[in-house]
Design a protein around this ligand. Structure first.
Ligand code: SF4
Ligand code: SF4
Length: 143
């Protein structure tokens, strides 16, 4: 495989609306708190659910994410890594079938320029390294 085609579509927020959790790195937490003029502690108290190995955003009633607004993500410049690198998650680029499945939800998949596979792998590995609590098992993503 030479690469994958993807370009995010203007006005789309589908990946923020699907059922699932938004995980954050410690850096994500600090950046989002600063962007909102809050202390990391206050931000965590209000928005974060922390387990032994992971941090994730709490979900508000009737929505998947506190920060999803009509015009898009209200913390766009500092959104968590998993949001920034979607759809190049290790589990989505791990096989053609998984990529195709992701394309059923994301209209940007299959569009735009061909992104070289080594760049795609770099992004996926960035996610793997940032979320060690999530990707602790061996995987097919290398490079
Ligand atoms: S679903 Fe795809 S096209 Fe839509 S906002 Fe998310 S990444 Fe962009
Ligand atoms: S943080 Fe922003 S980009 Fe991520 S799911 Fe929430 S609204 Fe979407």
């Amino acid at each position: 495989m030479q690469g994958l085609r993807f370009v995010c579509q203007a006005g789309c927020t589908k990946c923020c609306e699907v059922s699932g959790y938004v995980y954050l790195t410690e850096q994500d937490l600090k950046r989002a708190a600063a962007y909102l003029g809050m202390s990391a502690r206050s931000f965590e108290k209000k928005y974060i659910y922390r387990t032994k190995h992971l941090l994730r955003l709490r979900k508000p009633c009737g929505s998947q994410c506190h920060f999803l607004e009509k015009g898009g993500c209200s913390i766009h410049p500092v959104k968590p890594l998993q949001c920034r690198v979607f759809p190049f998650w290790p589990e989505k680029i791990g096989s053609p079938a998984a990529w195709w499945e992701a394309g059923r939800m994301c209209p940007g998949i299959g569009e735009g320029p061909l992104i070289p596979i080594d760049g795609v792998m770099r992004v996926a590995n960035e996610m793997r390294e940032a979320y060690t609590g999530m990707y602790s098992r061996p995987s097919r993503v290398t490079g």
